[in-house]
Design a protein around this ligand. Structure first.
Ligand code: NAD
Ligand code: UDP
Length: 311
């Protein structure tokens, strides 16, 4: 049956893939965005679809619409962008959550929060399970994002307990793919753009910090499975690819796959940069019957093809 679905942050990297997939499944999709890091370009090909609507709006102010489901993605996700205006970042997470939860309560919609592995901070437990409470510096440069997302989780859980709102919380680990902005600032897009332009590849620190990279199609599948998971299952649930790489390994892979002449250079490690990150996805496997399908080389090849068309 056709559902009415609101996607905040829908013109961003992940949101644009989610809009397309949910439209293809026959739903009516309302894409809401203030275009801070997202772009109309990401969803322009969907505008001909009569079941797609693009709305310019900022989630820090209330929004009213009748929908069945809400995916709350609005929030800058790259450290460069979320640190540009940390107060606004926190308002987006906290006030955005309040406004969207209020809407969900009013119209009786199911609501999914795009949370993050950043709630684990610089983790002391490895790999990270959902039961780990995390290790976040509340006054550091990343705090506006990490604590904003942690507060949003608290709001979600309390709207569920107090007002019976049907919530789902997904903790997303580093995700990459087509539609990332060339100047997004995150590591995969930076390295690919640098490699394609034969510029120096900027590794921060010594490059021995790790991340586990997930291709966007796997994430979208996990989000939709979580939204449609059994009643009473709220999460939080980790969704990410457990294959872990050092940042130096990633740089070498990107150079190899692009055939680039770029050299690796080293720049200072940003403050509070987590040293390692790897999801434990046992819960997603059990509750969502989900596991990632696209491994790093395959996903990088698809992402490199995309960047060749936009830079
Ligand atoms: P993105 O920056 O490409 O997308 C975020 C979107 O939100 C953009 O379109 C932006 O314009 C919009 N936005 C920002 N502030 C807004 C506001 N106040 N009102 C309305 N729209 C606003 O980032 P993304 O990678 O697509 O991330 C999407 C969501 O997933 C974010 O909530 C992010 O925290 C979460 N997430 C992403 C990753 C990842 O690796 N991609 C990892 C963990 C969590
Ligand atoms: N990084 C890097 N060079 C870059 C961009 C990022 O070495 O040009 C590093 C960054 O310091 C971090 C890792 O890559 O250790 C992942 O960074 P990103 O911003 O993609 O995500 P996050 O730190 O939020 O996981």
């Amino acid at each position: 049956m056709r559902k009415k679905i609101l996607i905040t942050g829908g013109a961003g990297f992940v949101g644009s893939h989610l809009c397309e997939r949910l439209l293809n499944e026959g739903n009516e999709v309302y894409c809401l965005d203030n275009y801070f890091t997202g772009q109309k370009k990401n969803v322009i090909h969907l505008l001909d679809n009569p079941y797609f609507e693009l709305i310019r709006h900022d989630v820090t102010t209330p929004f009213f619409i009748e929908v069945d489901q809400i995916y709350n993605l609005a929030c800058p996700a790259s450290p460069v962008h979320y640190q540009y205006n940390p107060i606004k970042t926190m308002k987006t997470s906290v006030m955005g959550a309040i406004n969207m939860l209020g809407l969900a309560k009013r119209v009786n919609a199911k609501i999914l929060q795009a949370s993050t592995s950043e709630v684990y901070g610089d983790p002391l437990v490895h790999p990270q399970t959902e039961s780990y409470w995390g290790h976040v510096n509340p006054i550091g440069d990343r705090a506006c994002y990490d604590e904003g997302k942690r507060s949003a989780e608290t709001l979600f859980v309390n709207y569920h307990k107090q007002n019976n709102v049907d919530i789902k919380i997904i903790r997303i680990f580093n995700t990459y793919g087509p539609n990332m902005h060339p100047h997004d600032g995150r590591v995969v897009s930076n390295f690919i753009v640098q490699a394609l332009q034969n510029q120096d590849i900027t590794v921060y620190g010594e490059g021995n910090q790790t991340r586990s990279f997930q291709y966007v199609d796997d994430l979208v599948e996990g989000m939709i499975r979580l939204m449609n998971s059994r009643d009473g299952f709220t999460g939080p649930v980790n969704v990410g690819n457990p294959n872990e790489f050092t940042i130096l390994e990633l740089a070498q892979k990107v150079i190899k796959l692009t055939g680039s002449k770029s050299k690796i250079i080293y720049k200072p490690l940003p403050s509070d940069d987590p040293m390692q990150r790897q999801p434990d996805i046992s819960l997603a496997k059990k509750e969502l019957d989900w596991s990632p399908k696209v491994q790093l080389d395959e996903g990088l090849i698809k992402t490199i093809s995309f960047f060749k068309t936009v830079i």
